[in-house]
Design a protein around this ligand. Structure first.
Ligand code: SF4
Length: 349
């Protein structure tokens, strides 16, 4: 029994060699493919990313193509993945790579880390998997595995714990296969050492080295610091029609979903009469107003609890963009928060 120690390295590499998930980015692990996949996988499940990754690579097969792409193109490819700052940073980083590194990601951990949107985990993943540089890639999966191997009840959300864990894995990196060790750890966390008190210890290649398993604590680890409760925001979302067209607008350049297209909305949960009054006061000529099914959307720190109305207007008001339902679907990236209300016009597209 030894916890996180050199003994886990051959056990994990042997297990990884015996078979692992067939993921599209593992075929041809070029720096660009590893980078894009790791950014997509932040906060998003592997199964959800597969289709996005393939579509992205077909449309933007290399860094130069990404750097040259316009906003509508890369936002559309990202539509539904959420956390849109990730795709904006990908684009900014691609431009920097073209300007400073001739269109090739640098084979250098510190330079990767300096790119927009690239943190220690992503820099470690790209450096080790694509370039064979012996640096660790420690994400939530790996922190969970480490806490269980060590039977350590320090909250894994603690910055000091994360730093110590990264240093300990850095000392274990094999010079010849750092990328495989990192991928083996990711694979273990994703397929065996599962979260939410449900590790599959019977399938684990490092069970004999795991202190939590031997002490019967595997399902009670890891510990996390208590999260702050999310703020609840009540909103009244408007699916605005004018003839065959649908009204959308840009969100403010700062804050939640910054700069993205959206369905217009009003603060609070307004009744039909209050909504009609508010819209009339801003000069809208409402011809029809129907209630839609309420919906909820959860962001990291905020929850939107949304009422919705289908509104028909006589004229297109200023400050909004009107598009056909088919055009909306094909060319505009709308955050998934609004998806529930768009189902009303899905059949028209
Ligand atoms: Fe995780 Fe269980 Fe393996 Fe320990 S034995 S590393 S708890 S799966």
């Amino acid at each position: 029994m030894s916890g996180v120690s050199p003994a886990i390295v051959p056990a994990l590499l042997d297990w990884y060699d015996q078979g692992h998930r067939d993921l599209p980015w593992r075929a041809q692990p070029t720096p660009y493919r590893v980078w894009v996949s790791e950014i997509m996988l932040q906060q998003t499940r592997v199964e959800a990313v597969r289709g996005y990754f393939d579509r992205w690579m077909q449309a933007l097969p290399d860094i130069r193509a990404l750097a040259a792409a316009d906003e509508a193109t890369y936002m559309k490819l990202w539509e539904g993945l959420g956390y849109y700052s990730r795709v904006r940073n990908l684009h900014r980083a691609a431009a920097e790579v073209c300007e400073n590194y001739g269109g090739e990601l640098p084979a250098d951990y510190a330079r990767l880390l300096a790119l927009p949107g690239v943190g220690e985990y992503t820099a470690g993943a790209v450096a080790s998997i694509a370039f064979g540089i012996p640096v660790p890639a420690v994400d939530g999966n790996v922190l969970r595995v480490a806490a269980r191997l060590d039977n350590d009840y320090t909250p894994i959300t603690d910055a000091g714990y994360k730093k110590r864990t990264r240093e300990r894995f850095a000392a274990l990196m094999p010079a010849d296969r750092p990328g495989d060790l990192n991928q083996a750890l990711m694979e273990l966390g994703a397929t065996v050492c599962l979260p939410n008190g449900a590790p599959l210890c019977g399938n684990c290649p490092v069970q004999h080295l795991c202190l939590a398993y031997h002490r019967g604590n595997a399902s009670t680890l890891p510990v996390r610091a208590a999260k702050k409760a999310r703020r609840i925001e009540n909103r009244t979302v408007l699916l605005v029609r004018c003839g065959a067209m649908v009204g959308i607008r840009r969100r403010p350049a700062r804050g939640l979903l910054a700069g993205l297209w959206e369905l217009p909305s009003l603060d609070g949960h307004l009744s039909p009469d209050e909504t009609r009054t508010a819209l009339t006061a801003q000069g809208w000529q409402v011809q029809k107003l129907l209630s839609l099914r309420p919906a909820k959307h959860i962001f990291t720190h905020v929850e939107w609890h949304m009422n919705g109305y289908y509104i028909e207007l006589a004229d297109q008001p200023a400050g909004m963009t009107f598009v056909t339902p088919a055009g909306l679907r094909a060319e505009y990236a709308l955050p998934s928060a609004f998806r529930a209300f768009l189902s009303v016009i899905e059949e028209e597209t």
